[in-house]
Design a protein around this ligand. Structure first.
Ligand code: ZN
Length: 302
């Protein structure tokens, strides 16, 4: 029995960061506003990383400043080190997102930190947020598999989570960064994580690279995850799989739960409109299914 689920919109950050087309500050703010209009209450609006490494995020501060404060909405800034945390706090994001990486090789390639260095850095980021009177969440990346090392030992992920939980994050997330997870694996790892960090809530982050993303979201919710990340239109291709599908699509995940009688607080028609608008901005069809289908149940016509 799934009592409810929160969907965190990650389109403005994870959705866009691997896209070659550099999106303007105004269009990013419009994407955020459309997502909020559809009912989103927590949204990852930018990452504060080196703009030479991720040119798409060079306007992170400008996006936060143009968007301004948003009543009742939590604006998350993703950061990989203390330098990024300082930038995000200075510009006034509500919540920091830190990242620890379950594979040493991936960690060094992604953020210049092996697993336990990334855990230490994430704990320092959580402490910095708390010192500034704010909170931080933490994500364990490559938790279900690594493009370089292959299988990841679940016991390693749980050890990391226990260590991270000591710093007092608001939640711990499991990220299938390269889209290899399957539901049985999700059920097992979410269940183990809940037992390890209770009462801290569990968040999950899936990519649909191999077509299992929406099934994984359902498995995670059934196993007791409180929150699922999703990206409008399913943007967010994997740099290790050029041409592959991106993050699980917000509208597809919202449909899955809504039609199952589980409230997400999101308006499907507004999401579909926003997804069409985003496809126009990106100049291409997006991976999400829902925006390509006719509405169901059929809409009453006036
Ligand atoms: Zn991702």
């Amino acid at each position: 029995m799934i009592s409810g689920i929160e969907i965190v919109e990650v389109g403005p950050r994870d959705g866009l960061q691997n896209e070659a087309l550099l999106v303007s500050t105004a269009d990013k703010v419009e994407l955020i506003r459309r997502s909020l209009a559809a009912g989103t209450r927590r949204i990852e609006i930018a990452s504060f990383v080196n703009p030479r490494k991720v040119p798409q995020m060079a306007n992170a501060e400008a996006v936060v400043e143009m968007l301004g404060r948003t009543e009742g909405v939590t604006r998350i800034g993703l950061v990989l080190n203390l330098r990024g945390a300082e930038r995000a706090l200075a510009v006034g994001v509500d919540q920091l997102g830190a990242v620890a990486v379950a594979s040493d090789t991936f960690g060094v390639r992604n953020q210049g930190q092996d697993t336990w260095q990334s855990v230490a850095e994430a704990k320092a980021i959580i402490a910095m947020a708390q010192a500034a009177g704010r909170v931080a969440q933490v994500t364990i990346a490559a938790a279900f598999g690594c493009p370089f090392e292959g299988e990841i030992d679940p016991a390693r992920v749980i050890d990391m989570a226990r260590e991270l939980a000591k710093a007092g994050p608001c939640e711990v997330a499991l990220a299938d960064t390269i889209g290899v997870a399957v539901p049985a694996q999700v059920t097992a790892l979410v269940t183990a994580l809940r037992e390890a960090i209770a009462p801290l809530p569990v968040r999950v982050h899936f990519h649909d690279t191999r077509g299992t993303g929406v099934a994984n979201a359902w498995a995670a919710a059934e196993a007791g995850a409180a929150t699922v990340d999703a990206s409008l239109g399913g943007l967010g291709g994997c740099p290790f799989a050029p041409g592959a599908a991106g993050n699980v699509a917000t509208e597809d995940v919202a449909y899955l739960f809504a039609r199952s009688g589980i409230d997400t607080g999101l308006d499907l028609a507004e999401l579909i409109d926003a997804s069409h608008w985003l496809a126009g901005v990106m100049g291409k069809a997006l991976p999400a299914s829902l925006a390509k289908a006719v509405p169901f149940p059929p809409q009453a016509r006036p």
